[in-house]
Design a protein around this ligand. Structure first.
Ligand SMILES: Cc1cc2nc3c(=O)[nH]c(=O)nc-3n(C[C@H](O)[C@H](O)[C@H](O)COP(=O)(O)O)c2cc1C
Length: 226
């Protein structure tokens, strides 16, 4: 295989074209066997991802947009699907995603579970959880994660890696000295779903898409073309 830093874009295109996608034995989806509500369906698929040994199945891409509609995406970890059927993640209020959500609550999540050829998309509105819940989540984090959260200044220019390590050392000492200290900028967002799509890839490209849409107090469900 040619090196990927080869100047020839034709060679890059060839390399990319030859990469397999949706290879291997993938499960078949029987849409009628899916539950009526997407939260139960998601939890079933998450269980199957865990059982199949999918690496880090709780890693999820979160997409937000700023006040001008400029989108951005990044990976976070899923913290919960709560008893109100909301997908919960944690972040720093100073981060771009949080700044976006504070002015534009529209949000989309995307999971990809490669060994199963499955994608789940959730679109809806993000609500910030109350300070007590955010604090409890912060305190449940490992000391190293708490120190990292105290040390960071999300998105600000960093003069050098040594500055980061020094800030981490100072923050670790603080966490040890003050184990109950909470970062006030630590926030949880719950995504209230409007639409959830389960996508099952297939080697023969007859992929299946099932879209759930909120319908009054319940959900409607339909198949759509892939
Ligand atoms: C596997 C993985 C898990 C991550 N988990 C989180 C997380 O739970 N919360 C978070 O704020 N950032 C998390 N990040 C870092 C984000 O992807 C991102 O770099 C950071 O939050 C800044 O994003 P923003 O400036 O767009 O808000 C994670 C990154 C990876 C690769």
């Amino acid at each position: 295989m040619p090196p990927l830093d080869d100047a020839s874009s034709a060679s890059l295109r060839r390399t990319l074209r030859r990469l397999p996608a949706l290879a291997g034995a993938l499960p078949r989806l029987e849409p009628q066997s899916l539950p009526d509500d997407p939260v139960t369906a998601f939890l079933r698929w998450l269980r199957e991802a865990l059982d199949a040994g999918v690496p880090e199945p709780h890693a999820v891409t979160v997409s937000t947009a700023d006040a001008a509609g400029r989108p951005s995406s990044r990976v976070v970890v899923l913290k919960d699907v709560d008893d109100q059927g909301r997908w919960v993640f944690a972040t720093d209020l100073r981060s771009q995603k949080a700044r976006d959500l504070e002015v534009n609550a529209a949000v989309a999540l995307s999971f990809y579970w490669q060994p199963l050829g499955r994608q789940v998309r959730v679109a809806g509105t993000a609500v910030r959880l109350d300070a007590d819940e955010c604090a409890a989540d912060f305190l449940a984090r490992s000391p190293a994660s708490r120190a990292a959260a105290f040390a960071t200044r999300p998105g600000e220019p960093l003069a050098g890696v040594d500055v980061l390590h020094e800030a981490m050392r100072a923050a670790s000492a603080r966490v040890e000295a003050e184990p109950d200290a909470v970062l006030p900028d630590w926030v949880l967002y719950a995504v209230v779903p409007e639409e959830v799509e389960l996508w099952q890839g297939s080697g023969d490209r007859a992929h299946q898409r099932v879209v759930y849409r909120r319908d009054g107090a319940g959900w409607s469900r339909r198949l759509v073309w892939p």
